[in-house]
Design a protein around this ligand. Structure first.
Ligand code: URA
Length: 252
């Protein structure tokens, strides 16, 4: 996120805002190797190289990334005004202030990513990047071939525009139930439930098993694990950051 240089310098503990302004005017600050003397100049501490007297400064807070198995019955929010159970109780011992990337319904379960990296979180949720989400879905009844085709084709209307094409793979069927794997490339409100209802097979159970390149794996309900370096790298790439750093591949 871009902010005024004096604010960045103050937040990084370099100096007060007033003193930081003086340092800018005195030509002591460089952004991406260029001396900056204009007070209105904006920069992004995550993406630009900011130097004070030749020393590069970093953001104050270390970025952390976790995978969490949200159990059924917990809301994806840090505080519920009505006092219902939320995911907050699982996150308080992580030692960092993290928050969930996107949401899962209260009656859904599975993978939620947690981070204090607001920039990455925003990009992962931005429709432009089409980061996939994979679900294991139990539906009432057994959908016909035709119903499955409709589910995947990108013709089901959700409000005023159709759902994007969706990958749909039947896993197994019972006498009056079916289990599907669905891979969505967008994330609209209650999307899986709304899509399945539209083909006449309401969702009975919903579990997110992957978010982009990160898999739920062997996590159990309520468990948290730190993401591996490779997983963070893959997420960055999925969100449009280059592999070597946070320089943008896609311009806003
Ligand atoms: N689709 C839904 O309907 N609910 C979720 O929680 C996620 C996707």
């Amino acid at each position: 996120m871009e902010e005024r240089l004096q604010k960045i310098l103050a937040q990084a503990g370099v100096a007060s805002r007033r003193a930081a302004e003086r340092m800018i005017l005195d030509g002591r600050i460089r952004v991406n190797s260029e001396v900056v003397t204009e007070l209105g100049t904006k920069a992004d501490i995550e993406q630009d190289v900011i130097e004070v007297d030749g020393v590069v400064i970093g953001s104050a807070e270390e970025k952390v990334y976790f995978a969490f198995y949200k159990p059924v019955g917990f809301l994806t929010t840090m505080k519920d005004p009505q006092g219902r159970p939320t995911v907050a109780q699982f996150l308080k011992d992580l030692g960092s202030r993290v928050y969930p990337v996107g949401r899962l319904d209260g009656d859904a379960e599975g993978l939620l990513l947690l981070t204090n990296d607001g920039d990455l979180a925003a990009r992962l949720m931005h429709p432009r990047h089409h980061v996939s989400k994979t679900y294991r879905v139990k539906v009432r009844g057994v959908p016909s071939e035709d119903a499955l085709r409709r589910l995947s084709a990108g013709t089901i209307m959700l409000g005023d525009r159709p759902a994007a094409p969706t990958e749909v793979y039947p896993i197994k069927t019972g006498p009056d139930r079916a289990w599907l794997k669905m891979v969505l490339h967008e994330g609209r409100h209650h999307q899986v439930k709304r899509m399945c209802s539209q083909i006449g097979h309401p969702v009975l159970k919903l579990k997110r098993t992957a978010f982009g390149p990160v898999e739920l794996g062997r996590l159990k309900p309520g468990e948290v694990r730190p993401l591996k370096k490779d997983e963070v790298k893959a997420l960055m790439a999925a969100a449009g950051f280059s592999k070597t750093g946070r320089r943008r591949l896609v311009q806003d």
